[in-house]
Design a protein around this ligand. Structure first.
Ligand code: SF4
Ligand code: SF4
Length: 107
């Protein structure tokens, strides 16, 4: 497990980049990203992020990954060209997302 940036919340202030003793956070455009290989889980970045955009919670990380996957799926398949297997994939992703949201709410 390493620190993980929730991209939708990140404002790109770079406080976490400066705080990380491992230099394991870098900017991609206006969003911070963690190199999980270098992270030592010290949580310095979590302390300085005013946005609450950094998490160690697996459910939050999975939720963001699934939401991105779903967005990508939707953008690749305009409504008029949707195939049945894509609909199934979308439904599976939506179910997983709903399940993760529920788990996070109950935490
Ligand atoms: S401190 Fe938070 S808001 Fe600022 S760049 Fe890092 S993750 Fe983004
Ligand atoms: S937990 Fe520590 S080592 Fe890992 S990214 Fe944050 S500041 Fe860097």
């Amino acid at each position: 497990m390493s620190a993980y940036i929730l991209e939708k919340l990140c404002l790109g202030c770079q406080r976490c980049v400066r705080a990380c003793p491992q230099n394991s956070i870098h900017m991609v455009g206006h969003t911070a990203h963690v190199n999980p290989e270098q992270c030592i889980e010290c949580e310095e970045c979590v302390e300085v992020c005013m946005q609450g955009a950094i998490t160690f919670r697996e459910a939050e990380q999975n939720l963001q990954r699934l939401e991105k996957e779903l967005d990508e799926l939707r953008s690749r398949w305009p409504a008029h060209s949707v195939k049945p297997e894509m609909v199934n994939q979308q439904e599976e992703l939506e179910e997983e997302i709903a399940d993760l949201r529920k788990r996070l709410e109950n935490n």
